[in-house]
Design a protein around this ligand. Structure first.
Ligand code: UDP
Length: 328
């Protein structure tokens, strides 16, 4: 039986990847320091004999006994609000953390897929974004801690690939949504749905003319799974090219939830990208992949999940108090 280490396993994407690898018959070693992740996302797997959870901060040396064939590196705060609150940890996980993962991969002869991001394109001047575009990132802006760490992560991954011959894969993930997103993580979809469920007005940042392209989590996981088992070592965009303005998106959430609240406008965060849409030609050609779940269907499923949350979870709308979790 092959074994896979998934870092960030208790997070939104990490937990869905655990499900997929369990379903495919792997032994899953799930690792998370639980700063932004939540064990609730893995509750249903804890009795599975092919599943083990390790509470560990991967910026410290990673020790796994025995053979290991695969690593999926998905640990990182991923919401702009999170990485503004824990900038140093955000930088460390995609530098020291990936360094440890690559060292482990070299030692075990494992293949590594790293979670990169559309944020490496920054506020893009090329639209839609192809993998050839080098990006437009403000290194010293508030988002720089995430964007630059993710860019470094791609560089060190390619260095280990070229210098040590490690098998590496790089997935550039565009906005993704679905069940198990944190209601209070500050990202636009949980923010809007949470506001609708609590009977609050929906907060649009800026004019709402900025665009995003939202991918349903099942499609994303399928793309990542295909990429990991392909021979493609170049970065691959995985996302849904169906682009929408944030204003239109708010209208869709209002229609979906039936809320009678209105939209209110707040300041646009610094360096907030004006447009974002993946060019997925490479994924189509190399992986035979494309998204299958449209936004109407994906939003329905995601809303159904958020409706199952308790009152307490719904009103725990303050962003996580990270201080309680951090050692350094
Ligand atoms: N946004 C918004 N209202 C919110 C949260 C976010 O208008 O309550 C906007 C945000 O400014 C950005 C877009 O929605 O333009 C997507 O933001 P998100 O934080 O989900 O992720 P990003 O794509 O910026 O990384």
């Amino acid at each position: 039986m092959e074994r896979v280490l998934i870092t960030g396993a208790a997070g939104f994407l990490g937990s869905h990847l655990c499900d997929r690898f369990i379903k495919e018959g792997f032994q899953v070693e799930a690792m998370d320091n639980l700063i932004t992740g939540d064990l609730k996302n893995l509750e249903h797997l804890t009795d599975n004999e092919r599943f083990t959870f390790h509470q560990h901060d991967i910026t410290e040396h990673i020790h796994i006994e025995g053979e290991l064939q695969h690593i999926l590196h998905f640990a990182s705060p991923a919401s702009p609000i999170d990485y503004l609150k824990i900038p140093i940890q955000t930088l460390k996980v995609s530098s020291l953390g990936i360094h440890n993962c690559l060292g482990l991969a070299k030692h075990k002869g494992a293949r590594v897929t790293i979670a990169s991001t559309s944020e490496i394109y920054g506020d893009p001047e090329v639209h839609p974004q192809t993998e050839e575009y080098f990006g437009n990132v403000n290194t010293i802006g508030p988002r720089g801690v995430y964007d630059e760490a993710k860019r470094f992560q791609e560089s060190i991954t390619m260095a280990y690939h070229r210098y040590h011959g490690i098998e590496t894969r790089i997935v550039r993930i565009f906005n993704t949504y679905g069940p198990r997103m944190r209601l209070n993580d500050g990202r636009v979809l949980p923010a809007f749905i949470g506001q609708a469920l609590r009977g609050e007005d929906l907060t649009i940042f800026g004019t709402g003319s900025q665009t995003r392209s939202f991918c349903y989590v099942d499609d994303l996981v399928e793309g990542i799974f295909r990429l990991h088992f392909s021979s493609e070592t170049r970065p691959v965009n995985i996302g849904n090219p169906d682009e929408i303005t944030i204003s239109q998106f708010a209208e869709e959430i209002i229609a979906l939830t039936g809320t009678t609240q209105k939209v209110i406008y707040q300041d646009l965060p610094e360096n907030d990208p004006k447009q974002r849409q993946p060019d997925i030609t490479r994924a189509r050609e190399v992986l035979g992949w494309e998204p299958l779940v449209d936004r109407a269907e994906g939003l329905k499923r995601t809303y159904a999940y958020f409706q199952t949350l308790s009152e307490e979870e719904l009103y725990k709308s303050e962003h996580k108090d990270f201080k309680a979790y951090l050692k350094n």
